[in-house]
Design a protein around this ligand. Structure first.
Ligand SMILES: *[C@@H]1O[C@H](CO)[C@@H](O)[C@H](O)[C@H]1NC(C)=O
Ligand SMILES: *[C@@H]1O[C@H](CO)[C@@H](O)[C@H](O)[C@H]1NC(C)=O
Ligand SMILES: *[C@@H]1O[C@H](CO)[C@@H](O)[C@H](O)[C@H]1NC(C)=O
Ligand SMILES: *[C@@H]1O[C@H](CO)[C@@H](O)[C@H](O)[C@H]1NC(C)=O
Ligand SMILES: *[C@@H]1O[C@H](CO)[C@@H](O)[C@H](O)[C@H]1NC(C)=O
Ligand SMILES: *[C@@H]1O[C@H](CO)[C@@H](O)[C@H](O)[C@H]1NC(C)=O
Ligand SMILES: [Cu+2]
Length: 577
């Protein structure tokens, strides 16, 4: 993937249709403080030397660790989440995918929902986990996500929540094992890592005039290593399509496209190639970090992971040697389970998977690679060995695997490898947003969306310039339905009108319910995405690209939802500091 968004003409979000008041499927808002269970969670942020991939740099640690500690809570439980900022810079923390019903002041967007937490200050976030499933917290201030500020959140579903596991197997003992695996589900956080800090990357982007899509390593739960591939191997693994793009050049020694590729469309204006620091596009120094090892007791029959992409720029592909995965929830919502060998995951998305432990006792590589052009990877280990105290089961015990599903470029190793299809999932149980035909259009002239409470809103996101990368659009507050997508120009005044001409591009019967979704890259032509949500949560929120340099570059838009019913700041929040 080549990230060459023009920061100066960032007008990719086009609001076309805005539907008038209809009342459907009200979410019950539980005001903070009504629930009996309060969880206390404290996060102390410090700026320290750290070496997740074996190379020392400054990074943000949370209670001395990276990723931060996992926040686990039960559905409908409330949390008081205290952030102590001992960093030299201001910050704010966003709870990605958490709907913040009734608590918009805890959404963590500095300048919109709160003032930034200054160095030395503390801030108390308070919210209720209305929805179950996999989420994460991360910095929403400048590029701090890329300095390591992230950690998993898991909301245990209430007992009355219907699970889709019977669709995987009709064997009751297996379904019971899946329920048990879900109860013990564990985070698997994928991230991309650089040896420059986020501010150094930003300064280099501004000074050079280039977007910086390359990384130095990938991490699984904060662990990884730096590979320096042999140039001949890099050349050998470079696909014909990438070779055509490279015009006779090689990928660099970090297996990334050289900087002139980023500037191919010339959308940046003057480029200063001498302002590119070591390691940004090239400059490889191998280093060895730790390896994440999962020692699993195979008598449990199934294991569940919440795969969370906390990456700054990379879309990634994940797979486990010799095992398939049942994806059973995405972005904290169940789906009709889908059996795949490899999952492509956009930054900000969460895929929950069940893996059947039906192979011989051994260690199996869990692989993650860049889904784009760079050749960069990380490996964790799934070990069936029983005794976690046995030292031979710990460490870098990757059994030589003859049958990985993917190679280091993410390509399938055989025709039978099944990849996830972002567009193909069906929510469980089915949820149907209403068909709407009574519309009033609004324009995007002031780059804000302003709504009345209860309104249904369609947002059409267009990717109008050729050669653009795929973007990962994330909406704060409640989830949205993915009602349509396609290639070509969007030249309609509403979804209803578009559906008369291109009905096959829409699905109003079983659309996915997501908080992060892709609008496709435009190397093959312009693209668009149509999402729909109901305004149920008055407050100030944001919709933005989750690729960090794009967000830093301004690819964001404020959503002022339900302005007719904005809440008063409660007294407890006035003293949040
Ligand atoms: C590409 O890599 C090969 C193998 O290392 C090398 O012989 C060749 O000179 C390189 N080409 C360029 C344009 O740098
Ligand atoms: C290009 O970058 C170098 C290194 O940062 C700097 O010394 C030089 O002044 C820059 N040139 C221009 C034209 O800005
Ligand atoms: C990347 O994949 C290659 C090929 O499978 C492997 O040799 C190497 O150890 C992997 N690197 C990391 C950091 O996991
Ligand atoms: C359409 O909405 C307007 C108000 O926005 C309302 O006056 C009108 O009755 C609605 N028409 C239908 C058919 O629902
Ligand atoms: C906002 O609208 C939703 C949906 O109609 C409703 O459930 C909720 O009570 C409203 N909130 C306020 C503060 O009026
Ligand atoms: C624009 O929409 C019209 C129908 O409204 C269709 O006939 C036409 O082909 C579309 N043009 C493009 C460029 O997609
Ligand atoms: Cu983007």
């Amino acid at each position: 993937m080549i990230c060459n968004v023009s920061f100066r003409s960032m007008k990719l979000l086009t609001i076309l249709s805005f539907f008038s008041l209809l009342d459907f499927g009200n979410a019950r808002i539980i005001p903070f403080g009504e629930t009996p269970n309060f969880l206390q969670f404290e996060l102390t942020l410090t700026w320290e030397d750290a070496a997740p991939d074996g190379t020392v740099r400054k990074a943000i640690l949370m209670n001395n660790q990276l990723p931060g500690p996992t926040l686990r809570l039960k559905q409908h439980e409330s949390v008081q989440f205290l952030v102590r900022n001992l960093l030299p810079v201001s910050t704010a923390i966003h709870f990605h995918g958490i709907d913040q019903l009734g608590t918009p002041w805890s959404d963590g967007v500095p300048g919109l929902s709160q003032r930034a937490i200054q160095p030395g200050e503390s801030f108390m976030y308070r919210w209720t986990a209305n929805s179950y499933g996999s989420y994460f917290y991360h910095a929403h201030s400048r590029g701090q996500l890329m300095d390591g500020l992230f950690g998993a959140i898991y909301v245990e579903p209430s007992n009355i929540q219907e699970r889709p596991f019977k669709l995987i197997s009709s064997d009751e003992s297996k379904v019971e094992a899946m329920l048990q695996a879900e109860r013990q589900t564990r985070p698997l956080i994928l991230s991309d890592w650089r040896h420059l800090t986020s501010e150094q990357v930003w300064e280099a982007e501004v000074a050079s005039g280039l977007d910086a899509p390359c990384v130095n390593s990938l991490l699984i739960n904060g662990k990884g290593s730096v590979n320096c591939f042999d140039q001949n191997f890099i050349n050998q693994m470079t696909s014909p399509a990438v070779k055509a793009l490279l015009q006779g050049n090689n990928l660099t020694d970090i297996a990334c496209p050289p900087p002139f590729i980023t500037n191919l469309e010339g959308s940046y204006g003057p480029v200063n190639y001498s302002a590119i620091p070591f390691g940004l596009f090239s400059g490889c120094r191998a280093s060895q970090g730790r390896t994440e090892v999962f020692n699993i007791d195979p008598s449990e029959k199934y294991v569940s992971w919440d795969i969370i992409s906390a990456s700054g720029t990379k879309f990634m592909i994940f797979s486990i040697d010799q095992h398939s995965m049942w994806i059973y929830a995405i972005d904290g919502h169940y789906i009709d389970p889908s059996q795949v060998d490899a999952i492509k995951i956009a930054t900000g998305s969460r895929y929950s998977v069940l893996v059947e432990l039906n192979k011989p006792a051994n260690s199996y590589a869990m692989r993650v690679v860049d889904a784009g052009i760079q050749i960069v990877n990380a490996t964790a280990v799934l070990s069936y060995k029983r005794n976690p105290l046995d030292p031979t089961t710990l460490g870098d015990m990757i059994a030589p695997s003859e049958t990985p599903h993917i190679d280091v470029t993410g390509a399938a190793t055989s025709d039978s490898v099944e990849f996830s299809n972002e567009f193909g999932f069906v929510p469980y149980p089915d949820c149907k947003p209403p068909l709407l035909f009574n519309r009033t259009a609004i324009t995007d002239s002031d780059l804000r969306i302003i709504t009345r409470n209860g309104t249904w809103v369609d947002i059409i996101i267009t990717n109008p310039l050729l050669g653009q990368p795929t973007h990962a659009i994330h909406k704060h507050s409640n989830k949205f339905y993915v009602i349509g997508h396609g290639f070509g120009d969007w030249n309609y005044t509403s979804v209803a009108e578009a559906m008369e001409f291109i009905p096959d591009n829409f699905d109003l019967l079983s659309p996915q319910l997501r908080d992060t979704f892709v609008v496709e890259g435009t190397r093959a032509g312009r693209s668009w995405l149509a999402i729909r949500y109901q305004v149920v949560n008055p407050g100030a929120f944001i919709i933005h690209c989750h690729i960090q340099p794009h967000l830093s570059g301004g690819m964001a838009m404020a959503i002022l939802d339900g302005v007719d019913a904005w809440p008063q700041l409660p007294p407890y929040q006035l003293t949040a500091r």
